[in-house]
Design a protein around this ligand. Structure first.
Ligand SMILES: Nc1nc2c(ncn2[C@@H]2O[C@H](COP(=O)(O)OP(=O)(O)OP(=O)(O)O)[C@@H](O)[C@H]2O)c(=O)[nH]1
Ligand SMILES: [Mg+2]
Length: 369
């Protein structure tokens, strides 16, 4: 609501775009300090166990998949699509004022200034070429533009290498370990042999937490003592995978070290070991981002991308946040494909990101009329 307080009224003048950029930069600066601050978000191990549910079943999975996605995007839908609906219904014809109102709705829904401006520009162009006269007709075009943006990036993980090594990185508390547990369960269900590498050696609890997930998913884990060299854990995990004929190695990493520089150096070193041991320079490096942090997730993407080769994003905690619009900004502004989304804490609450289905869940058909 900050922008509304600043500008006092809903209308955003075209010349205010520059100011919007400045305000966004300022917000980003304020949030930047929080990036490397340890957040005491991690639930105690007992709580992790308490939130566990029945083992993942692919049958239940496909049945409930779309409804869980829809449910998970409820708050984002309210913030974005329901607000778009109310703007469209308050205008009869398509005019400049309507586009300005829509632009503000997009920015407020965490789509980011640049992406919002791009979407409105496209909307104007298409409204003109399609001779759209009624405001409500714009909704379908908006959905089309958003779907196209989401489809621009690669959303698939290549698991053909033997073994495929996936390194999972991100700041503390974003959901790395939980997502790894969920991924392990998915791959296991697909008939793949998985080995987890407990390379967050910074805390003993992190190793214990991954071990619980390995047990739940029914996969192997390679672990060392707390404080040991993370690269050595990854090295051993890859050797174990090779000798056991495993298909996939997923490496947990620390979200915090004594300082940010240490963390980044450690990640680089681990990536080098993976490269050397697999003989491949294009292994998956997935950055985990917490959708509920909105624009801060974009800053983290930018920071990590400047020091690491990121091949994709796992966007967690889409359930319970109205800031899911950030997925659109990530695709457009950061050029990073979202590979998985987290829509809950349960073992089956990780979904492969499907741009078309995501757009359908955000703009359900029955409401598109
Ligand atoms: N609601 C919801 N909670 C999630 C999701 N993914 C993870 N969480 C929760 O987020 C919290 C932190 O998750 P972790 O997996 O421990 O995060 P981490 O990145 O490994 O944290 P560190 O090991 O401290 O760096 C846990 O309470 C998880 O249950 C999600 O998609 N939705
Ligand atoms: Mg962790």
């Amino acid at each position: 609501m900050l922008l509304k307080h600043i500008f006092g009224k809903r209308k955003v003048e075209p010349e205010a775009t520059e100011i919007l950029h400045q305000v966004q930069e300022e917000l980003i600066k304020q949030e930047e300090t929080a990036i490397c601050e340890p957040k005491p978000t991690e639930a105690p191990i007992a709580q992790h166990i308490a939130t566990q549910e029945a083992p993942l079943s692919l049958e239940n999975e496909s049945k409930g998949f779309f409804s869980r996605l829809k449910e998970g995007l409820k708050k984002t839908r309210l913030a974005l699509v329901d607000t778009v609906d109310s703007v469209l219904s308050s205008f009869r014809s398509v005019d400049e004022e309507l586009f300005e109102e829509l632009e503000e709705v997009l920015i407020m829904a965490d789509i980011g200034v640049d992406t919002s401006l791009y979407i409105i520009d496209e909307l104007k162009k298409r409204a003109k070429t399609q001779s759209i006269k009624e405001a409500k007709e714009l909704k379908g075009v908006l959905k089309e533009i958003i779907t196209e943006i989401l489809k621009e990036q690669d959303t698939k993980i290549d698991t053909c290498k033997q073994p495929t090594v996936i390194m999972v990185i991100g700041v503390n508390g974003v959901g790395k370990t939980t997502s790894i547990g969920k991924m392990a369960a998915r791959y296991k269900q697909e008939g793949k042999k998985v080995v987890l590498a407990a390379a967050d050696t910074f805390r003993a609890a992190a190793i214990d937490q991954l071990e619980i997930w390995a047990e739940r998913a029914g996969v192997d884990i390679v672990k060392h003592q707390e404080g040991s060299d993370p690269s050595a854990v990854v090295f051993d995990a890859i050797q174990a995978a090779k000798s056991r004929g495993a298909d996939i190695v997923i490496c947990d990493t620390a979200g915090r070290l004594h300082n940010k520089k240490n963390l980044m150096e450690e990640l680089k070193k681990t990536a080098r070991v993976i490269e050397r041991e697999t003989g491949c320079s294009d292994n998956e490096v997935l950055l985990v981002l917490d959708a509920s942090t909105g624009q801060n997730a974009l800053i983290q993407a930018r920071e990590f991308a400047s020091v690491a080769r990121i091949t994709g994003v796992i966007l967690t905690k889409l359930d319970g946040t109205a800031k899911g619009g950030v997925v659109i900004a990530l695709s457009k502004e950061q050029n990073i494909g979202v590979k998985f989304i987290g829509v809950g804490e349960g073992i089956s609450d990780l979904q492969e990101f499907n741009p078309q289905e995501f757009a359908e869940a955000l703009f359900p058909e029955e409401e598109a009329e």
